[in-house]
Design a protein around this ligand. Structure first.
Ligand code: UDP
Length: 194
């Protein structure tokens, strides 16, 4: 079920339901997924920028990140059951990847933050398969990183380029992958790096 806020259709299910009913089966079938975790800033940007809105609307799942979205849903009398922080979802998926021996690619943040974050994740998740990682300060037209990623075929691609850059990167290259869960994660790498 969905709740539309300013024309953006948010999923209205719990994180557990999202994972068990949708995400895990899609991973089992190697079906690609694109997740947008949308906060009020993203909703406003989509309202103001038609091409950005199209990038957001291509997502398989738009999840309500932040209390502002839940508050807005209450005001339109179509309440979203649960806020779903993107950071939480990402950490769940990383734990799942470790358990299931699925590989992760980490794209984004400064080189220093990116390296530190990968180091920390390896400490926290000793069996995590890190397919690769790269900082987020590159030209979106540059295909070098893409080509390296295609060679390792990661199961998860976490993209921390901020908005709108992360949605631009994902929608630009999504169709060039045969599998993978693509998720824009904003400033999450900075949080993990500490
Ligand atoms: N970032 C990046 N490349 C860029 C711009 C930003 O990798 O060209 C990274 C930045 O270092 C940070 C992340 O994107 O780790 C999220 O940035 P910000 O907090 O500005 O975005 P938001 O979370 O608000 O979408």
């Amino acid at each position: 079920s969905h709740v539309s806020i300013m024309d953006i259709p948010f999923i209205n299910i719990s994180q557990k339901e999202l994972l068990e009913q949708y995400i895990y089966p899609r991973l089992d079938n190697q079906q690609k997924s694109y997740i947008v975790t949308a906060n009020p800033e993203i909703v406003m940007m989509a309202k103001e920028n038609r091409s950005y809105k199209q990038m957001v609307m291509q997502a398989d799942f738009i999840i309500p990140d932040g209390t502002g979205i839940v508050m807005a849903s209450k005001m339109i009398k179509n309440p979203i059951k649960e806020r779903m922080p993107g950071f939480d979802l990402m950490t769940h998926l990383i734990g799942y990847a470790e358990d299931k021996k699925l590989s992760c690619y980490f794209l984004g943040a400064s080189e220093q933050v990116n390296n530190k974050m990968v180091e920390k994740l390896k400490e926290l998740h000793p069996y995590l398969k890190v397919a690769g990682s790269h900082h987020g300060f590159f030209d979106l037209e540059d295909r070098t990183i893409l080509e390296k990623m295609q060679m390792v075929q990661p199961d998860f691609i976490f993209v921390a380029l901020g908005s709108p850059r992360q949605e631009e990167w994902i929608t630009k290259y999504y169709q060039e992958f045969d599998k993978g869960l693509f998720m824009g994660v904003g400033g999450s790498f900075d949080v993990i790096a500490g």
